[in-house]
Unconditional design. Structure first.
Length: 139
């Protein structure tokens, strides 16, 4: 995926801390929304994946770097780009930006999990084909 998927985010008062800046954990929420909306844009709802395939996607690894603060009422964009797909996982590169200013960068590892057994599971073939088509990768 050469062009990252983008999802707009508005900073609400509830997203900020006592200093008036976005509380660090809320950036993870913004990035989660971008991944969820990306998956939806590809054609899959998370509840559908659970019902039809018995899988969920769960965060297994995060590396986050805070670079600049965001403030109440800022209009932000959360992005996600598939960096690598494996049999049972997806590695994302993500950013949260205000206009062209990068505020937060992250590498997020997502595992495909069998909900009945709570163990890693292969991403279903139909899902892999759709994700690879959008991501532009065969990896």
């Amino acid at each position: 995926m050469t062009t990252p998927f983008q999802w707009p985010v508005r900073v609400y008062y509830e997203d900020t801390d006592a200093g008036g800046v976005v509380y660090h954990a809320n950036y993870l929420r913004f990035m989660e929304r971008a991944r969820t909306e990306w998956l939806r844009a590809v054609g899959f709802e998370q509840d559908q994946l659970r019902a039809e395939y018995g899988i969920v996607f769960a965060v297994r690894r995060l590396a986050v770097e805070m670079q600049r603060p965001a403030h109440f009422n800022d209009a932000l964009v959360a992005t996600c780009r598939v960096a690598r797909m494996r049999r049972a996982s997806i590695e994302f590169e993500q950013e949260v930006r205000r206009d062209t200013t990068v505020l937060v960068t992250a590498q997020v590892g997502i595992a495909c999990v069998d909900v009945a057994r709570l163990v890693p599971a292969a991403i279903p073939d139909a899902v892999v084909r759709a994700l690879r088509a959008v991501a532009g990768t065969t990896a």
